[in-house]
Ligand binder design. Sequence first.
Ligand code: HEM
Length: 225
Amino acid sequence: MRRVYSLYSTSVGKKYTMAVSGAIFVVFVIVHMFGNLKVYLGPEAFNHYAEGLREFGAPFLGHEWFLWVFRVGLLAFLLIHTVAAWQTSRQSWAARGQKYKKQEKLVFHYASRTMRWGGVALLLFVVYHILHLTTGTLHPDFIPGDAYHNFVTGFRSLPVVAVYFAAMIALGLHLYHGTWSAFQTMGLDGPRIKRWREPVAIGVALLVVLVNLSFPVAVYTGILQ
Ligand code: HEM
């Protein structure tokens, strides 16, 4: 345990921690996006999927057991990712006086500032999103147990659509910079990898943003009802 902590206390250790916990979120966001695509198959398919998440592991596991284990795990990784990001920021503020080439400093500074504020925006979005579509606290027409209804009535107001648009842009930038710097952290920056690192980072970010934005757009324009 002490060895794990002494590795974590280095700045490389923190970056590894961010890369690994970040990769878990990338997988979650992609799986969540594919799951949400079921909404295009209609109410029955989508509600069946939502219920399946709650019954996952039956008959060995009880109602929502898997979901709760999953939620606790996700929250733990979110905390780890956020604490490591916060501590890395503090370290880089402390090292501010150090000399970089001017151009390098500018690019680095821009990317890390985007990551920091984008990360805070995403945290706020996740809280809003859970209160909106999971608990229904901020949903004016929420029916417990009817995930399809909550989905297609959840994006009928322009301010809600605007919040999701802003959040997906923040998510796209975070995914792009995050994937890119995770490659760097893992030492995956040889000439061959460098050639496809950029397209992979852009491709993942674009796919997630465009598919996720299709949901509020489809509801708002009446395609999904
Ligand atoms: C427009 C894009 C999105 C849509 C339409 C969407 C849709 C949904 C829906 C319908 C639920 C409730 C599922 C249920 O209760 O059965 C949900 C839950 C959730 N979503 Fe999203 N989501 C989107 C984007 C995101 C993003 C980008 C993240 C993470 C960064 C995210 C994280 C979560 C989390 C953590 C939950 C709670 C899961 C739980 O504990 O039950 N979602 N989402």
